[in-house]
Design a protein around this ligand. Structure first.
Ligand SMILES: [Cu+2]
Length: 309
């Protein structure tokens, strides 16, 4: 049965003639408005740098790329909402107006050129209006500006190592077990040594894996890139406000996948320089990396103390 036939009443020609939106129950409209308002209102609950309770939207944006992602997400939401509501209205209308009781003698109409042209062109226009900002965003993510500094991120079972090739030092970043958490440190997200970067600088991130595939992801920066052994992946971010931003390994990598969070501390240029001077001494070149036995011990402690509910 063609849509045209469904839409056309007996003896009537076109879709528009028969539409009576007043037929849609008022309660249903109220419910739809409530759902839309709740979902979009959820953006207000979005956390900055970490998830918050009752959050329904994305995490707050700390980079221009993430700002665009949030915009694109909201833009798509309204398009999806409009299409869904339109289809719902049509379905309800058809069920009420054209059921066997209300419409015992169906129309014999099979074609309508105007409607067929419309239902071809309108979806094309919708897709084009999605494709244009989508490609713009993709280029923004992939077209890396000239970096101010480079950090090398290595995913390991089950922690991250951060290297500063220009400063020639590297260190491990391990989760803080529950019992060692200091006030203000988020559970299962805080680490002992954070990745420290300056604010308003383009940071090039080289990502690789040491053993299996991990994924380096920081929601507030809008970045997520796989850490693949034997391969160097690259992404970038430019954090435009100071703070600590958390992420998690986002590629199932084994037993302690849930216990290798990412913490990026964005600080002022001066604070960054001071940190580099001190870090250079602390993680002096040639310092042996954390011994495997130490890491094993730490991970056992982490798993034992992480009271996962
Ligand atoms: Cu993982």
């Amino acid at each position: 049965m063609s849509l045209q036939r469904l839409l056309a009443g007996p003896g009537t020609g076109y879709l528009v003639e028969g539409v009576h939106t007043a037929m849609l129950p008022k309660k249903l409209i109220g419910l739809m408005v409530f759902v839309v308002a709740s979902v979009t209102g959820g953006v207000a609950f979005a956390g900055m740098g970490q998830p918050t309770e009752w959050q329904t939207g994305l995490q707050g944006a700390a980079t221009p790329v993430m700002e665009d992602i949030v915009w694109f997400n909201d833009f798509l939401f309204w398009i999806i909402a409009a299409i869904t509501l339109f289809v719902l209205v049509l379905l309800v209308y058809v069920m009420v107006r054209f059921n066997a009781r209300a419409n015992p003698v169906p129309s014999r109409t099979t074609h309508n050129t105007l409607i067929e042209v419309m239902w071809t062109i309108v979806p094309v226009l919708i897709l084009v209006s999605i494709a244009v900002p989508s490609f713009r965003l993709l280029f923004l993510q992939l077209d890396q500006p000239k970096p101010d500094l480079t950090v090398k991120v290595t995913g390991k079972q089950w922690f991250w190592s951060y290297g500063y090739p220009d400063q020639k030092f590297e260190f491990d970043s391990l989760l803080v077990p529950d019992k060692d958490l200091k006030p203000g440190q988020p559970r299962l997200l805080a680490v002992d040594n954070e990745l420290v970067v300056p604010v308003n600088k383009v940071v090039s991130v080289m990502v690789t894996g040491a053993d299996v595939i991990h994924s380096f992801s920081v929601p507030s920066f809008g970045i997520k890139i796989d850490a693949v052994p034997g391969r160097l992946n690259e992404t970038w971010f430019k954090a435009d406000r100071e703070g600590t931003y958390y992420g998690q390994c986002s590629q199932l990598c084994g037993r302690d996948h849930a216990f290798m969070p990412i913490a990026v501390h964005v600080v002022s240029e001066q604070a960054y320089q001071a940190w580099v001077d001190q870090a250079k001494k602390k993680y002096a070149e040639g310092l042996p990396p954390t011994p495997v036995a130490e890491i094993e011990k730490h991970l056992t402690k982490v798993v034992a103390s992480a009271d996962v509910k």
